[in-house]
Design a protein around this ligand. Structure first.
Ligand SMILES: [Zn+2]
Length: 330
């Protein structure tokens, strides 16, 4: 994370290089280059982290890994304070990963749970610091079963009896995993379907299945309130290309980006959230909230058009990767 700004700088420089080259080539860019330019234009200054991760030398992956979690990194690399962000939405994530508490009239819905090593301090500790009761967490929705989001699911299930919601293929991957859960696996609980609503009191979170990053990746739609004003959120559940690099896998991913773009537009979402702070700039947006003056828009409220551009970035970077794979025959 220390070199994040430098990386983004290099990424943008590389993309402007490409743009310059294509302009010289009379607007007939190579297909890969055309997708990269479309992604860069859509990213603007809103999604530089997403652009840098997906469009600049994404990894070649040969197989799904079932690695054991590594040792916990130093606390100062991940710890950050929790924060109230909307009337009914609280940040309980780390510097790198988002976790959210959505409060309702009947308890709390938590979205994503970080790693096993930091979920207790950030989520349970964070809720307490914010004056919220962790025992009131009735549902925990996991966007996908990678160690940086599912790490606290077992803890919430065991300690508070929270219901865990996940896509079927990701429940399967947990069951099949040999090395991934040395401290125990969450027990299979609620299997999310496309369009299903997880309802608690006055609040509902709508599931949108978006396979690609993992086969069971869940994206979501829900409403937050900003001083009483309802605002719609599109939560993108899986982003990076660390799935096996095959043309069909990229096609699945691309379809899901279009599907979620349409769902976000249909819901009039003007906020884009992700499960990595790198992709939705959650940390600076939370910091900038302190500078917000009365009447100014909320720092997370970027508008419908910007939300649409996010899915253009992810879709076009995936198109570039797909075309490259087709060209190289890999
Ligand atoms: Zn992941």
């Amino acid at each position: 994370m220390k070199n994040h700004r430098t990386e983004v700088g290099i990424a943008l420089a590389m993309l402007s290089g490409l743009y310059g080259a294509s302009a010289l080539a009379q607007n007939t860019p190579e297909p890969v280059e055309g997708h990269l330019i479309a992604a860069k234009n859509a990213a603007g200054f809103d999604f530089t982290g997403t652009l840098a991760r997906l469009c600049i030398a994404p990894p070649m992956v040969t197989a799904v890994r079932d690695a054991a979690p590594g040792p916990a990194p130093a606390r100062d690399t991940w710890f950050t304070e929790p924060a109230k962000v909307f009337d009914n939405l609280y940040f309980v994530g780390s510097k790198i990963h988002n976790a959210w508490a959505l409060t309702t009239t009947e308890g709390i819905i938590v979205i994503d749970t970080l790693f096993t090593y930091n979920s207790e301090e950030e989520i349970i500790g964070g809720l307490k610091k914010l004056g919220l009761d962790p025992a009131a967490v009735k549902y925990v929705i996991i966007s996908h079963a990678h160690g940086d989001h599912v790490g606290g699911a077992k803890l919430m299930q065991d300690r508070f009896g929270s219901h865990i919601v996940m896509g079927a293929p990701d429940w399967d991957s947990i069951e099949k995993s040999v090395n991934g859960y040395p401290q125990g696996k969450p027990k299979r609980d609620i299997v999310a379907d496309d369009g299903q609503k997880i309802t608690l009191g006055d609040t509902a979170v709508t599931m949108v299945t978006t396979p690609g990053h993992t086969p069971g990746t869940l994206s979501m739609l829900f409403t937050v309130k900003d001083n009483g004003k309802p605002i719609q959120v599109a939560y993108s559940g899986g982003t990076a290309f660390n799935f096996p690099s095959t043309v069909p896998n990229f096609e699945t991913y691309i379809k899901s980006q279009s599907k979620m773009a349409a769902a976000a537009a249909g819901a009039n979402a003007t906020i884009l959230m992700s499960n990595h702070t790198e992709f939705d700039s959650a940390i600076p947006k939370i910091k900038m909230l302190a500078l917000r003056k009365p009447g100014e828009p909320h720092t997370f409220d970027i508008g419908k058009e910007a939300v649409a551009r996010y899915f253009t970035v992810t879709g076009e970077c995936a198109q570039a990767a797909r075309v490259k794979l087709m060209q190289t025959g890999k």
